[in-house]
Design a protein. Structure first.
Length: 868
């Protein structure tokens, strides 16, 4: 029986900890070996650039301060941390690294004197390729450290207006007017300005300004306040990123508002007195665009649903057409809660849920009047959470069973009222949301929040959206999950319908550049969802990426969206979408959008959380959830999956009922632990006997998923994750013969000790890069907090000895967290021929060889759920 084969959980993971052994590292690489003329040209170029920046800093000292921030770009071959030019060039004394931008881009704090010392070090680089004899008598390249570090460089320049992404004043004013926002700009800083702001308060008396970027910035605002009305709203809530809002009113002066509580008190006045004159905005933006302490400037974003709920036309006598919904005149038949039955709980962050679902609503939050909210969008979402299975009979095996407790977080107003409640856009919205998250988690135990809202701003490859950073912080602080829609392409920007031929589908994607993922779907630690077509729509391939679903990837190294689900097909002129829900009037409604895919994915996550007791470590819940993803035709073939990877992520989440129970042909185990400095986790075991032939060759399929919670520092841009955990499943070598290593990241000593990696990242493209590090970063998910590997083994190696390991690598000059890095790893091994008793064999093997205690994961996590 299926019940005899549960997913297993290691209850004593500390027995798997072993001392971490690594390569010594630190070897010097000559990136220009035997190319001395090219190196000479590079050295001249770098020296010239340094001198230019040095002169720019001297000029800035007359107006602002004597220090500034310089972007240093490394060549792709030098992306590995061992090649960072920080031992001779950009040292703590010369020009320390304080931030980052894109992959391989460092931001250093610089002064004219410090850059002078860097120029001296550049001059010490070997002019010619140097060699020495190694311990075997072989001549090897041996550059001095300066040549190695100079050779790692590609270019450098002072942080510029282009880097700050300065908005156009006229466009900014249009946004403020359209949404009724108070005129203010979201400003990110290199150095925090909190202490400098204290000096600018009226009670401070005589102010002794320091020669620093932060003091200089606040002093510049105070001076500008003699001409314009300037105020600063200090934002709290992001530990690693310093940000504030700088706004304009129509009377000269300078004021400081501490936190969004003060914004609540003065928000209406700031709108009434707001200065919307073009000249004032140009003058403020000029300061923000030129000051060295300003990292970036943006117009506050507003969060939108993908719904315009006004009636547009009558399609037939039986339907009413809305932009994203076709509503029938047939009442939807909804289930009612059954006493004593356990249901998952999902909080819906939206415009509210109609009274039709009152029996399922456990709590309601928000005080925005109903006529200033859109109930249609939230009600469509509720319909899918409560009754997707019965409303969509063809998906019975793919949807969760009907029934879901709802928490109605009705805090999203319609567009015309956005500024009435959230004067600075999404920032205040998310501040309000965090307070509600804390309350409803305490009052209702909910951990999964459906977030089908987007900022309509394309995700950047080197910078997380403000909303993504804030949702990540909220999720980690309160131990919850946000399930976020990827966003819908604007009208006219949707792609052609998916082509069943992968090559043609790839060509279609290459022709479109207007479907980039919208924030906050770039969230690093939450789950974002893309949409696929519903079935039964003429001209649309069922389960193919929907033509409107926005495309990742997220910030470098992250697979986004994480998963996909059915969001409904979009075919011009056809009211059918292949996905049914409920309208706010309680009628059947054909729906479409990534907003509709998100609740289907959210419910499975909530159901899985319920099955594991409602308090399982977040890494365990997310790892099991992602481990059990799958692809449906037309994306089952590898080439099709690779083509669609940035639209569907890791695939569909399997329903929770199919996740925690296995069969005799599949063994599955979960390890949750905290990795500490100089430790790794290792399980040595023998491959299932029936899957090993007489010569020791091993067969079977294996899947390995790792989810971990790294320390995040968003000041480092695309390199925000400061520690990377790396999983591997390796087979022992029995001789020194060449044996291809499928493990793309084997820097540790295991590779040298005779272990061969056998799994590859799920979406590894196989594309050649200029360096192994570049391949790992761009294709192998290195530094991503989610890693999923798999392999179809058809008689590999000559040994039945295998090793599962979790190791780590920290970025240069990063201190490992004292509390460690929590992680969960899931491994399943299957006999695809459905013959061998893999489950019992490996269960006995692990207990005998590793002394682990294995329990049903539901029992181990106290899972028999109570009805609630």
């Amino acid at each position: 029986m299926a019940s005899e084969y549960p997913l297993l959980y290691v209850s004593n993971p500390t027995v798997l900890r072993q001392d971490r052994t690594t390569n010594a590292g630190g070897s010097k690489t000559d990136f220009f070996a035997d190319r001395d003329q090219a190196f000479a040209a590079l050295r001249t170029h770098i020296t010239t650039r340094l001198a230019t920046v040095q002169a720019q800093l001297q000029d800035n000292a007359q107006r602002f301060c004597s220090s500034g921030f310089v972007k240093v770009r490394l060549q792709e071959k030098a992306w590995a941390k061992t090649h960072r030019p920080v031992r001779k060039l950009f040292t703590e004394d010369n020009a320390p690294v304080v931030a980052g931008d894109d992959i391989g881009e460092l931001v250093v704090r610089a002064t004219p004197a410090g850059l002078g010392r860097v120029i001296e070090s550049v001059g010490k680089a070997d002019k010619d390729t140097a060699r020495r004899r190694d311990s075997h008598g072989k001549l090897v390249v041996n550059p001095n450290r300066e040549r190695s570090e100079v050779g790692a460089l590609e270019d450098l320049r002072l942080w510029s207006e282009e880097d700050r992404r300065l908005p156009n004043a006229k466009d900014a004013i249009s946004v403020f007017e359209e949404f009724g926002l108070a005129p203010m700009y979201a400003v990110r800083f290199f150095d925090p300005i909190d202490a400098a702001l204290q000096k600018a308060k009226p009670a401070s008396g005589h102010v002794a300004w320091q020669d620093s970027p932060a003091d200089s910035f606040v002093r510049s605002l105070v001076l500008l306040g003699r001409k314009l009305g300037i105020y600063v709203v200090v934002e709290h809530g992001l530990d690693s990123m310093s940000r504030a809002y700088v706004g304009l009113v129509d009377s000269p002066g300078f004021a400081i508002l501490e936190g969004f509580e003060r914004l609540d008190q003065m928000g209406e006045q700031l709108k009434v007195d707001g200065d919307l004159s073009l000249e004032a905005h140009k003058e403020l933006l000029h300061l923000l665009g030129t000051h060295p302490n300003v990292r970036s400037v943006a117009v506050p974003t507003v969060l939108f649903s993908d719904r315009v709920s006004t009636f547009e036309a009558a399609a037939t006598g039986q339907r009413i057409q809305r932009r994203s919904t076709v509503v029938s005149v047939t009442p939807a038949k909804l289930p009612t809660p059954v006493k004593g039955t356990s249901y998952p709980t999902v909080a819906v962050v939206d415009g509210g849920i109609a009274a039709t679902f009152r029996p399922w609503i456990k709590g309601t939050y928000g005080d925005i009047p109903e006529d200033e909210r859109d109930l249609e969008h939230g009600t469509n979402i509720a319909g899918l959470l409560v009754s997707a299975q019965s409303l969509n009979g063809s998906y019975v095996q793919r949807f969760e069973e009907d029934g879901c407790w709802l928490i109605d977080i009705a805090i999203h107003p319609t567009d015309e009222f956005a500024g009435d409640y959230y004067e600075n856009g999404s920032a205040k919205f998310l501040d309000a949301l965090e307070g509600i998250v804390a309350r409803c988690k305490a009052e209702h135990g909910v951990r999964v929040f459906n977030f089908s809202l987007n900022n309509r701003t394309d995700v950047l490859p080197n910078q997380f959206s403000d909303e993504a950073m804030r949702l990540d912080a909220i999720a980690q602080r309160h131990d919850v999950f946000f399930v976020i829609s990827a966003g819908n392409a604007k009208e006219g920007d949707a792609r052609a319908q998916w082509d069943s031929r992968p090559l043609y589908a790839a060509l279609q994607l290459s022709e479109v550049r207007t479907d980039t993922l919208w924030g906050p779907a770039d969230s690093l630690v939450n789950v974002s969802v893309g949409a696929t077509n519903g079935a039964g729509v003429q001209g649309c391939i069922a389960d193919a990426p929907a033509r409107y679903s926005r495309r990742g990837p997220g910030v470098r190294g992250s697979i986004k969206p994480d998963v996909c689900h059915i969001g409904g097909a979009d075919r011009d002129g056809d009211p059918n979408t292949g996905l049914m829900s409920v309208s706010k009037e309680g009628m059947l409604a054909a729906v479409k959008g990534t907003s509709m895919a998100a609740p289907l994915a959210a419910k499975t996550l909530a159901a899985l959380d319920l099955e594991m007791g409602g308090h399982a470590p977040r890494e365990v819940v997310q790892a099991v959830y992602l481990h059990n993803t799958y692809f449906a035709p037309p994306l089952t073939r590898v080439q099709a999956r690779r083509t669609a990877r940035h639209l569907v992520g890791f695939g569909y989440p399997r329903p929770s009922a199919q996740t925690l129970m296995l069969d005799r042909h599949t063994f599955g185990v979960v390890v949750h632990d905290t990795l500490h400095v100089d430790d790794n986790t290792i399980i040595d075991f023998r491959w299932p006997r029936d899957l090993v032939d007489e010569e020791g060759r091993c067969r079977g399929t294996a899947r390995l998923t790792l989810v971990y919670s790294p320390p995040l520092d968003f000041t480092f841009g695309a390199e925000a994750a400061r520690i990377s955990l790396d999983p591997a499943l390796r087979q022992r070598k029995v001789d020194d013969k060449s044996d291809e290593d499928d493990d793309e990241d084997s820097d540790d000593e295991e590779g040298k000790a005779g272990w061969v990696g056998r799994l590859k990242p799920l979406h590894a493209s196989g594309l050649k890069r200029t360096s192994r590090e570049a391949a790992l970063l761009l294709d192998g998910m290195k530094w991503s907090p989610v890693k999923l590997l798999e392999g179809n083994l058809r008689g590999v190696g000559r040994s039945s000895e295998w090793r599962l390991s979790v190791n780590y690598i920290a970025r240069d000059q990063v201190q490992f967290p004292e509390d460690g890095v929590p992680f969960a790893v899931v491994l399943t091994i299957t006999d695809p021929q459905k013959e061998a008793n893999v489950y019992d064999d490996l269960q006995q093997e692990l207990v005998a060889s590793s002394s682990v205690k294995l329990n049903d994961i539901r029992t181990a996590l106290r899972v028999r759920p109570q009805a609630r």
